[in-house]
Design a protein around this ligand. Structure first.
Ligand SMILES: [Zn+2]
Length: 40
């Protein structure tokens, strides 16, 4: 998984939003929902 903002791979889980896993980029602070398919 990569950050859609900076392309970094330093991602942390940031809880869930509306039942979807939310993530945050440690490098730039961008928050985003996992939308690139499930491969966990
Ligand atoms: Zn980022």
């Amino acid at each position: 998984m990569q950050c859609p903002e900076c392309g970094g791979s330093h991602i942390r889980k940031n809880g869930t939003k509306k039942g979807k896993q939310n993530h945050i980029c440690v490098d730039c602070g961008r928050q985003f929902i996992d939308q690139y398919g499930q491969c966990s």
